[in-house]
Design a protein around this ligand. Structure first.
Ligand SMILES: C[S@@+](CC[C@H](N)C(=O)[O-])C[C@H]1O[C@@H](n2cnc3c(N)ncnc32)[C@H](O)[C@@H]1O
Length: 265
């Protein structure tokens, strides 16, 4: 008589512990995604909202999204995009003519853009070099960790595209993005990737410049919308911009995008 009762009790306890485990995982995920009580602010959309080319069929992503590609590997490479993000950015290149990047780092995105662009396409990428680090313009209130990362990621002098047959498609600019003049590039780019300093004042400054440089109907993307813990300044700045700009967060990524209106940005 005691055995069946014990068995039933063990079964109930097992169910309860699984339920508890699931809830703990949910809480951990909620914390990672924005903090308890601080949910993602921006609407989350599938990647097909960025461009219909990403629509899947019953076999998954179609051949229209085939690209030249380099994976992330297991080495922790500074400032890199995830494999999914790399693929998305590379696919965008196949339908672009002019692309701009804030923050070159290893040059991986610049290289893959140049490699996947149709003939005649061009890439402009702006970065701080070891020599131009002193131009960095810190602002009070900027996240200290974001500033430290920005400077740490400014140590590259050789890029993935260096010495390749697509290097001549890339214009490498050096200097602090706050000092960068967007006027000569007004309304020129189909795609702009904001991935320079992740400090608050820079996210705002780079965004204002991107809005001037994007062509009607073009798309601006931001990297590292990772919630309030990992990149708090990107999270704060983009959430603040949301009432003014139509911003969408692509599910499964840290990418946020804004498509400029066909008539104006
Ligand atoms: C996260 S990494 C960029 C990764 C790159 N977009 C990619 O996809 O491979 C950040 C880059 O931004 C640059 N950067 C940081 N602060 C900057 C500033 N104030 N002006 C211009 N570039 C800056 C760094 O030198 C570094 O190259």
């Amino acid at each position: 008589m005691l055995a069946p009762i014990l068995l039933a009790a063990v079964a109930v306890l097992s169910v309860l512990s699984v339920a508890l485990g699931v809830n703990v995982l949910r809480l951990q995920r909620a914390k990672r995604q924005g903090g308890l009580g601080k949910p993602w602010i921006l609407p989350r959309v599938g990647v097909e909202a960025l461009d219909p080319v990403f629509r899947m069929d019953e076999l998954g992503p179609t051949r229209a999204t085939e690209v030249r590609y380099i994976g992330r590997g297991v080495l922790p490479v500074l400032g890199g995009t995830s494999d999914y993000e790399t693929w998305i950015l590379s696919v965008l290149a196949t339908r672009a003519t002019a692309m701009f990047e804030f923050g070159t780092c290893t040059g991986k995105t610049a290289y893959l853009w140049a490699r996947n662009l149709p003939p005649g396409g061009r890439v402009v990428t702006l970065t701080l070099s070891p020599e131009s680090i002193r131009e960095y313009a810190n602002a009070s209130g900027d996240d200290r960790a974001a500033v430290a990362h920005a400077l740490e990621e400014s140590r590259f002098t050789r890029y993935l595209y260096t010495g390749t047959d697509v290097a001549d498609r890339i214009t490498q600019l050096y200097g602090d993005s706050k000092a960068f003049d967007p006027a000569p590039y007004a309304a020129q780019f189909d795609v702009i990737f904001i991935d320079g300093s992740h400090a608050y004042s820079y996210v705002h400054s780079d965004t204002e410049k991107a809005l001037r440089m994007i062509r009607p109907g073009g798309v601006i993307l931001w990297h590292d919308y990772t919630g309030p813990d990992a990149s708090p300044d990107v999270y704060r700045a983009l959430n603040e911009l949301a009432p003014r700009l139509d911003l969408r967060h692509i599910k499964g990524t840290t990418l946020v995008f804004h498509r400029a209106a066909a008539g104006h940005a």
